[in-house]
Design a protein. Structure first.
Length: 273
């Protein structure tokens, strides 16, 4: 937080978002961190929903236009934040890393902790100069459905959804309930404390070890539509299980892509299947 208030602050992006609404822009207009530019996760950090899933990766040229409009430069750090638990901000973090940006961070605790600490907010909307960032996709690994199926058997595939969705007890969004056979449940909510701050690296390392994650083997993650799974990827890196030279992979289509294909099997219950 000190860096945000320094003489050379990073580019600051507000990516507040909720699966069930209200729209994040409404929250941004009611108050945000000084200098923050709002970026819409549904419309700007994803392509239109379809067979590839509910939040497919955006086309590189579209993402580049969004980031430049927000003032993102190649040689200036970027900090992203959401409302509280870092799950939406992690999507922006991952996309920037996938696009080739080398200095990206998520604000610990997001807007909720910022306000709780009585730090300044504003309703003024900045008009940043056009950024010069050039998107070079491919700096983070991406899985398709076949790749996810293979990783679930040959490595570690983590499902970031809530336990009841993993088990198949409920499915409020997608065509079928359950999980990818072989995937292990790693709910994104487990990465943060009750205040919304990220757990320590040591705590998260123990958490992933308890899930049976093999730090020496291939690791990937998915969720409902490729958003909260990015929280798993950030948590793995924060814990030291992975690092920028050997990052875990994202199944970008996630369960919204997998479950739309009736030929893909679905496991249910507590067992990985």
């Amino acid at each position: 937080m000190t860096a945000l208030r320094g003489q050379a602050p990073p580019t600051l992006l507000d990516v507040r978002w909720s699966l069930l609404g209200p729209p994040g822009r409404e929250a941004y207009e009611e108050g945000h961190l000084p200098g923050a530019v709002f970026v819409d996760l549904d419309a700007e950090l994803a392509a239109a929903p379809g067979t590839a899933g509910r939040h497919p990766l955006p086309e590189p040229e579209d993402l580049e236009a969004v980031l430049r409009r927000a003032g993102v430069d190649s040689d200036r750090p970027v900090v992203v934040y959401d409302a509280d638990n870092g799950s939406a901000a992690s999507r922006a973090w991952w996309l920037l890393r996938w696009a080739g940006h080398r200095e990206v961070a998520v604000l610990d605790g997001g807007y909720a902790v910022w306000v709780a600490e009585q730090l300044p907010t504003t309703t003024e909307q900045p008009q940043p100069s056009e950024g010069d960032f050039r998107v070079r996709p491919g700096s983070m690994p991406v899985l398709d459905a076949d790749g996810a199926a293979g990783l679930a058997r040959e490595g570690t595939l983590l499902d970031a959804r809530a336990p009841e969705r993993y088990r198949g007890d409920v499915e409020p969004m997608d065509p079928r309930a359950g999980h990818i056979p072989g995937a292990r449940n790693a709910p994104f909510s487990a990465h943060v404390t009750d205040s919304g701050r990220w757990r320590s690296a040591e705590d998260l390392a123990e958490h992933f070890a308890a899930l049976g994650v093999d730090a020496g083997g291939p690791i990937g993650a998915y969720c409902g539509s490729g958003v909260t799974a990015c929280s798993v990827l950030l948590a793995l890196e924060h814990a030291g299980v992975t690092d920028p030279q050997r990052p875990a992979a994202l199944y970008a289509g996630s369960w919204s892509n997998w479950s739309a294909d009736p030929d893909r099997p679905a496991a249910t219950g507590e067992e990985v299947g």
